[in-house]
Design a protein around this ligand. Sequence first.
Ligand code: PMP
Length: 409
Amino acid sequence: MLDAFGKCRPRPDQQLAIETGLYPYFRPITERLENGEVVIGGHAVLMAGSNDYLDLSQDPRLKAAAADAIGRHGAGNSGSRLLNGSLRLHEDLEAELADFLGKEAALVVSTGYQANLALAALFTPDDVVYTDQLIHASLVDATRLGRARVVRYRHNDMAHLERLLEEDGTGQGRLILSEGMFSAEGDLCDVPGAVRLSRAHGARLILDSAHDAGLLGAGGTGAAEHFGQQGAVDLQTLTFSKCFGTLGGAIAGPGHVIDYLRHHGRPAVFSASLPAGCLAAARAALHIIRTEPERRLRVLAAAAKLRADLTALGLPTAPGITPAIALQVGDTLMCLRLCKELLAEGIYTNAMVPPAVPGGKALVRLSLTAAHTDANLARIVDACAAAGRRLGLIPARPGHTVAASVLTP
Ligand code: PMP
């Protein structure tokens, strides 16, 4: 008889990473230092792998708001919004988010993952969901929990999406699902193309703005606003774990749709509500996002500079404008090696390997925040230059040999 737990062993690539000392995950941070460094494994390293783009997670105003709200409401709500976990703070934040995003209403849930999962309530057997091939796992899971037919289009390929929409004239409800800013590669959805197709083919457009809300657009509402299309997106999902510096998620859109999701979105109905500390921190963050645009301008300027410097070095740097900068090394082991070499150089980054990215598309993601200084950027460039040369990703300078130890697993 098959042991149901027999599957619970490392995947071959995970095993290889462990055996070669390249395993990069679950590294505990034991301390946060003042200068943007964190202590990992007893060493101070520069954090270039968080999604805290606006540097708000350590902001004294968020900490004070959270502490005050915990003092008044306690550490948790012990139940779902529907039954016993609703606070006036949820309603206040929902009204403020709807106003910020220019939508009729918003629903706050406990994570961005849950915000996306709640979308499953919209995916019935009467519908077809057209998804970008590279959408986040939480959106994939929403399509699995939902019962609609799912049609995937090639990443950001609007001609492909158009062909699929034209071929598929079944008279069913149609939804297009994409991310505003893609989390791994840091590139942007072709929002104008998606809006045009959604209108031409009677489809509703849903954008996950987990990474771009707070960061892009003149008012900071996200990728759609960046392209002048904020009003044309039907539903927008958010997380508070990136630009908002805390935890939580939200969905914003037409009032009747939000009310439907409030009653039918399973994470909204069957999971405990977001606690007061996170709600108050998210409200403080929203206020800062609305009043301090210089934060997003600073991180976007830093991203432009770092991307240009890494490209000039000859590293395989993905083009774009966002502070998630992908070094597209392709091979999984090379990605793990680069991550380890950068850590040895004092820089913490993220290794993105399959299944988080497609096979053969492994990448190291460098994420910047508004706190990174010019000196920090120079330190990252120097580390990338040294690690890239050692691994043969940048042609070695004449007379410079590549250490054999880093070329063999
Ligand atoms: N969507 C995208 C694109 C994400 O990158 C993430 C988190 N990495 C989420 C949703 C989920 O957000 P949360 O961490 O708040 O659950």
